[in-house]
Design a protein around this ligand. Sequence first.
Ligand code: PEP
Ligand code: MG
Length: 540
Amino acid sequence: MQKGYGTGASPGEAVGKLHWYKREEKEIPRYKPAAPKAEWERFLSAQQEVIAQLGELADRARKEAGEEAALLFKTHQFMAEDTDLEDAVRTAILETPVNAETAVQEAADEFAEMFAQMEDPYFQARAADVKDVAGRLLAVLGGRKKGQVDLSEPVVLAAEDLSPSETMQLDRGKLLGFVTTGGSASGHTAILARTMEIPAIIGIGDFLKPEMEGHLVLIRGENGEVVVDPDPEMVRAVEEKAEAQRRYKEELESLKGLPSVTQDGRSIKIYCNIASPRDVPAVLRNDAEGIGLFRSEFLYLGRDDLPDEETQFEAYKTVLTDMGEKNVIIRTMDIGADKKVEYLGLPKEENPALGVRALRICLNRPELFRTQLRALYRASAFGHLKIMFPMVTSVWEVLEAKKLCDEVKQELKEAGIPFDGNVQVGVMIETPAAVLISDLLAKEVDFFSCGTNDLTQYTLACDRQNKDLGRFFDPHHPAVLRALKLVCENAHRYGREVGVCGELAADMTMTEEFLNMGMDELSVAPGAVLPLRNKVREIS
Ligand code: PEP
Ligand code: MG
């Protein structure tokens, strides 16, 4: 038995025969083409073929691994048609002149080197993407199929490196996991492995060697451990765990399409939290019944200026259209506290969590709020929208926000722009003040959603960002649970629906208590939907 450690790139354990993957590397021929123009045409048709192949891979990735993986192949498509790369190839073929293979290889080497020299690890990792795209172009130019890794039996695959397209084209039924000697955790291969839920370890170095082909190996994606020729007990333990995991996954799959209802008939809606339209495929794949929290502020982050009405409208419309008949609760922007944007020019604060945040910014700067509300109401024509205000402490804030909603609706009406006249408006319950006046708030809004992350922070006077507060930050604290119970009672007293969209919603030790309180909805990350439905259905 030999043990080595790399970097865990994707969690999970696997045990199986080691198969060393050696890429078929062909010598690149270098010659002067007899007719450079025809050679350029040959490149252009290879480029078209590659773009088509990457389109197919993107579709496949979307179905099997979600939007993030599909985006990777879309990025590869952009790289394949990148004008800088194309110009370099054209100059080499028409002016030097050299054959298309040499032109592609040299241009790609230059671009990959440029990325590799960058300081940011994210851009460094893009060098591998350029090489992947170039490899595909070279394969097409050489009349080969790129990235097909044929596996005849279930194996743990070892390779010096795997390109994202090779990873995507691996036969999932036969791939138990993979280990690479090189690679980076922020590289796309690692990202793909995580989305495809394949245990993976990267950077194992020369611990694994091609001579080990056929040996039994055990890998642990969590800690990057690789064991060659493991003890039989170790193998049995991993196999049993993997089998239990497989059965559990199958069981979860079988819950798709079933209601989230307890054995004695109490039902609860299971919704999802999202941060971008790109998360919607995961919501649908996991059969969530709606979106309980779209954190719209993510549209505002990572930019140099405010997203305009059109940008926001498109994002909301995409989510609403993709969700079809299902409810979508979009929270108006919750900037401030830990989510800062330079361009709003907000002053530095002593206590940002208690400062100019969320609805407070919107009410202080109504022009900014109007833009978001216009985008939201315009998008409401495309699905089932509900609007939710964050960080509420007083009734007057809600009345002022609702007045702005009415003004925006009136504007749209006058301009003949379609919108849904029955969009429900709700508030997040995340401050002790909101809890204590939840009866008064219930009279003014259509629904509540409890943000237990902030509710815990503000109820326990405990900064949610401060790692040192560990055991003091306790969402199970009786003060928080009593608050939730009171909110439920007040919501139901006025016939309003109430849910939880903070992290506590996915805590399965709480599910029964939430049902007993009478929560109508729990909103969780897409991956938590089916485990939670399973939990609900077990309760009697
Ligand atoms: C919460 O506070 O629980 C919540 C869902 O909102 P956020 O985590 O985005 O502040
Ligand atoms: Mg919050």
